[in-house]
Write a protein that binds this ligand. Sequence first.
Ligand SMILES: [Zn+2]
Ligand SMILES: [Zn+2]
Length: 285
Amino acid sequence: MDDFIATHEAAIRLGIFLGVFMLMAIWEILAPRRRLTQSKSARWLNNIGLVVLNTVVVRIVFPTAAVGVAVYAAQQQWGLFNQVASPGWLAVIVSVVILDGVIYLQHVMFHAVPAFWRLHRVHHADLDFDVTTGSRFHTIEILLSMLVKFAAIVLLGPPLAAVVIFEVLLNATAMFNHSNVRLPLALDSVLRLFIVTPDMHRVHHSHHAHETNSNFGFNLSVWDRIFGTYRAQPDDGHTDMVIGIDTFREPRQCINLPGLLLMPFIGKITDYAINRRRWSKPDDS
Ligand SMILES: [Zn+2]
Ligand SMILES: [Zn+2]
């Protein structure tokens, strides 16, 4: 089983990615939540271009991916579950939940540290919010997040299946909760007790700083509730709220791939970093 997973990991992930992507893309056409403000074809071309670039770079820099690290950790007997005997199913569930918690904390860190926020702005500067936003991350952020994942795997020693389930789940739920889809409100309120829904994550893409710095979860909604970062709805309502960042509104910069790749290196950090550090004296601003 483990051999099968290790050999076919890339194909399993690509197949599920394409399936969920198509499902959400059709759902967005049939039952959209908001009217898009930008050309969909231009955004999709560039957002998907960034995903392809990231996939190629990650394959080159980390050819064995997270699964390879999990196999190596098992061979070396590194990490909690390679040291402590426990039922396989329990190790899978606990590992998936812990890895999700690590990704939550990493997301908070990408908002809190100014240099990391420079990278993460690329995700937030999307002027609309749809299924392609879910995979739109700067290449350096993707590489750093792989290193965080590798470190977590080495410490945790999760079963191989847990790593693949986690990667597939993270990818699929990111597409789901970034989708421009309308869910019945009653269903949304039940679902968000457990997982992050599109309405819940859309709050995180608001241009208002207090909303951007909330709802950091990607998969399970419990982390925002435990750590006090949960915000139920956007102040301006889902259809009227402004998506994006106030300092980046120029479509050429926020849509075109070269603009996205250069974005971390442009301008000063002024807002949205959680630590609220002032970069000028109060009377200068
Ligand atoms: Zn964010
Ligand atoms: Zn997002």
